[in-house]
Design a protein around this ligand. Structure first.
Ligand SMILES: [Fe+2]
Length: 400
């Protein structure tokens, strides 16, 4: 493969590492957790979940399937460093996460503290975990974050959302069971599913791995392995998200969302994401709106910003999703993809732009400033982001 810039400069980043947790995907696999724990040699697991999961009746059958005395720890939504101070860890030798992104993020930090002690704040940043963590089995109850497949956890520290990113955090095993999502309310299905949609889309169209010089965490840029996963994830999610949102009992749709969100998480954990996630994180910090809502508000601005360097790729995606006629030009097809993302967010009752989150042109400078410092997302965005983002946001979002 060609690993040279047009100026002839050779990159060193021509290799690709492929990492993914072992996984079982399908109806009922959550109740095989006892078998998985036994194979991992875990005899005293700590179950990390939240009260909503217990109230929904999802916890009992899984805990019953654990052939050992499990201790239960309730995670807080969007955990903070201080939430890890009084863990029941004396005899615990492994962690089972049952829940959404916050539960899985909490479990990753707990597994780190079990192995290495100290304080959650000690591990903030990239590659600060000194070695393997306690055995970690992740059982997602939403089809969204894909955290069961990734190497990062988000925790708040001094009121700011920070990441703990380290290959050691990737769960040993993921049990992806669509039956756990069948009672997920419509609005949560839409928000978490839109997150999975953007994971797949941004992973698929991320900067090519041969052009990613600084590799944040293990984000390597889009490559043959991540693209195959992301493309399939995008097809599954695009085909099923509205059906799962508007008919929670549609088993086929729920299954496709489970598969799609898991593959999307695996894909982006290898490739990295891009500016849609960077802007959305900024909006989340400013407005406290949920991640999926912020992504919906950011997607048009992000994709149109990248359009000058991603026209052919977006056109290819539009054709893959069959949202454009076969004879359309690349220009028409790329525009059709952006229109389809707009249609999808409207159909799902998600915010249709930044104004829908209560933001105005006076917020643009702050949005740009907070977005351009996001080192986890921008190195794998296909276009180098700069100050011209402000003008772009004014034009796309605020008719500037
Ligand atoms: Fe996301």
């Amino acid at each position: 493969m060609d690993g040279t810039h047009t100026d002839g400069r050779q990159l060193e980043s021509m290799s690709v590492a492929f990492k993914a947790p072992d996984a079982r995907i399908g109806r009922g696999v959550a109740t095989t957790v006892g078998d998985v724990l036994e194979r991992a040699g875990v005899t005293d697991p700590l179950v990390v979940t939240d009260e909503g999961i217990e109230a929904a009746g999802l916890l009992g059958p899984i805990v019953d399937a654990i052939d050992a005395d499990a201790t239960v720890h309730y995670a807080t939504t969007e955990p903070a460093v201080a939430d890890f101070e009084n863990l029941p860890t004396e005899t615990v030798d492994g962690v089972v996460a049952i829940g959404g992104g916050s539960c899985m993020d909490t479990a990753k930090v707990v597994a780190t503290l079990l192995a290495h002690g100290g304080d959650a704040a000690d591990y903030l940043g990239v590659d600060a975990v000194p070695g393997p963590v306690a055995s970690l089995i992740a059982i997602p109850t939403t089809s969204g974050t894909g955290s069961q497949a990734t190497q990062t956890a988000v925790v708040s520290h001094d009121g700011v959302k920070r990441g703990i990113s380290d290959e050691h955090l990737r769960p040993d095993y993921a049990l992806v069971d669509p039956s756990l999502t069948s009672d997920l309310p419509s609005a949560q299905t839409a928000r978490s599913g839109f997150d999975a949609f953007v994971h797949a889309l941004e992973s698929l169209t991320a900067r090519d791995y041969r052009w990613v010089e600084s590799r944040p965490i293990t984000y390597q840029g889009a490559n043959p392995a991540s693209r195959a996963l992301a493309r399939e994830a995008l097809l599954q999610v695009h085909d099923s998200l509205e059906r799962a949102t508007f008919d929670g009992d549609d088993r086929d749709a729920r299954e496709a969302m489970s598969v799609g969100s898991h593959l999307a998480g695996t894909a982006f954990s290898i490739s990295g994401l891009g500016i849609v996630h960077a802007i959305a994180s900024t909006l989340g910090g400013l407005t406290n709106d949920p991640h999926g809502a912020c992504l919906a508000a950011s997607i048009e601005a992000g994709l149109t910003y990248n359009l000058p360097v991603r026209r052919a790729e977006y056109a290819d995606v539009a054709r893959t999703l069959e949202v454009v006629d076969a004879g359309a030009s690349d220009r028409e097809a790329a525009t059709a993809l952006i229109a389809e993302c707009g249609r999808l967010r409207t159909s799902l009752n998600l915010p249709t732009g930044m104004a829908a989150l209560g933001l105005g042109p006076e917020d643009v400078d702050t949005i740009v400033e907070n977005t351009l410092i996001q080192e986890r997302r921008l190195p794998t965005n296909p276009r180098a982001a700069g100050e011209d983002l402000g003008e772009h946001l004014l034009e796309i979002e605020f008719d500037g």
